[in-house]
Design a protein around this ligand. Structure first.
Ligand code: IPM
Ligand code: MN
Length: 339
């Protein structure tokens, strides 16, 4: 069996705890990992001023995959300026490794009915290297009454087309064969026009896929009232960020939502991480649910071609009844046991 060199970036808050459980479960599934741990995140930054040194990035490029826990200082922290870690570490990895697809599946666990909706089984494909995330803009006359801030959104035909095509291909592989574009074409008329035309052009190559369109605000209503209208959604980077937190909450809780930052062309490693953040308030309490990270680990195995091990982990996650009170490591042990 192949061995994989996998980088572990536990990162901040509960990140290291949930990544520890993920590695435990992957090993229980019989997949050989050579793990390389990276000390990156708020602590490293405060200690050394480093966010992602060039030689570390170079090393990461040569790995087979990366598992990442969470990135971000405690809310209100004045020691780490907002965005330093997010932009300098996570977004830098997304851009530098060309992880242009952010795939976020949402599957409601059995027996879950917190919001009294039908069980969901959908995927959001979030564009991951463009939009407002490129960080185009600046401040002028900072700190004065005449201060100006601009923040652009970059949308290229190339960037939109490749992620839209990925979404069509994914929709083709699913039984419902349905793909929705989510945007705000009525207000963002330039970017929206590019997205809609690109979507229509690619749709012509997939005549057996049923397509639909929702404005992002309406999509938020549907996501609460009738989420099962969606099968696959493709959307812009920022809309995808916001919408997937909502999808996570309604489909079973953000503690279960997994994501895959993919470079489908495989010119470098892809990166797998839970959708949730660092949750500094519960660090060390054992309250962190590692299931989102473990699911992300299963997404990694699938992408690496270890389908059998991935589906064993997914089945174990499905069968595992989410306990009201269970410690992080007890959940990891129980899932590893089932695998
Ligand atoms: C996510 C996160 C990141 C994002 C942050 C941490 C930069 O919220 O992966 O959804 O905004 O993309
Ligand atoms: Mn987010």
């Amino acid at each position: 069996m192949a061995r994989y060199r996998v980088g572990l970036i536990g990162g901040d808050g509960i990140g290291p705890e949930v990544i520890g459980e993920t590695v435990k479960v992957i090993k229980a599934a019989g997949v050989e990992l050579d793990t390389v741990e990276y000390d990156l995140g708020a602590d490293r930054y405060l200690r050394t001023g480093d966010v992602l040194p060039d030689d570390t990035l170079l090393e990461i490029r040569a790995l087979d995959a990366v598992l990442l826990g969470a990135v971000g200082p405690p809310i209100g922290s004045t020691q780490v300026p907002s965005g330093i870690l997010e932009r300098g570490l996570l977004l830098k990895l997304r851009f530098e490794l060309d992880l242009y697809v952010n795939m976020r599946p949402f599957v409601t666990p059995k027996g879950w009915n917190r919001f009294n909706i039908e069980p969901m089984d959908m995927v959001v494909i979030r564009e991951n290297t463009e939009g407002p995330y490129v960080g185009e803009g600046g401040l002028l006359r900072k700190g004065t009454k005449q201060e100006v801030a601009t923040q652009g959104s970059l949308n290229t035909r190339f960037g939109v087309e490749r992620v839209v095509r990925y979404a069509f291909e994914l929709a083709s592989s699913r039984p419902r064969r349905h793909l929705s574009l989510v945007h705000k074409t009525n207000v963002l008329t330039y970017a929206g026009d590019l997205w809609q035309r690109t979507f229509n052009d690619v749709a012509a190559e997939f005549p057996d896929i049923e397509t639909a369109y929702s404005h992002v605000d309406a999509a938020c209503i549907h996501m609460v009232e009738n989420p099962t209208r969606y099968d696959v959604i493709v959307t812009d980077n920022l809309f995808g960020d916001i919408l997937t937190d909502l999808c996570g909450a309604v489909s079973g809780g953000i503690g279960l939502a997994a994501s895959a930052n993919l470079n489908p062309d495989r010119t470098g490693p892809s990166l797998f991480e839970p959708v949730h953040g660092a949750a500094h308030d519960i660090v060390g309490t054992g309250k962190a649910n590692p299931m989102a990270a473990i699911r992300s680990g299963a997404l990694m195995l699938e992408f690496l071609g270890e389908r059998e091990a991935a589906s064993r982990i997914n089945r174990a996650l499905e069968e595992y009844e989410i306990p009201r009170v269970a410690k992080t490591s007890a959940i990891g042990d129980a899932i590893a046991e089932r695998v």
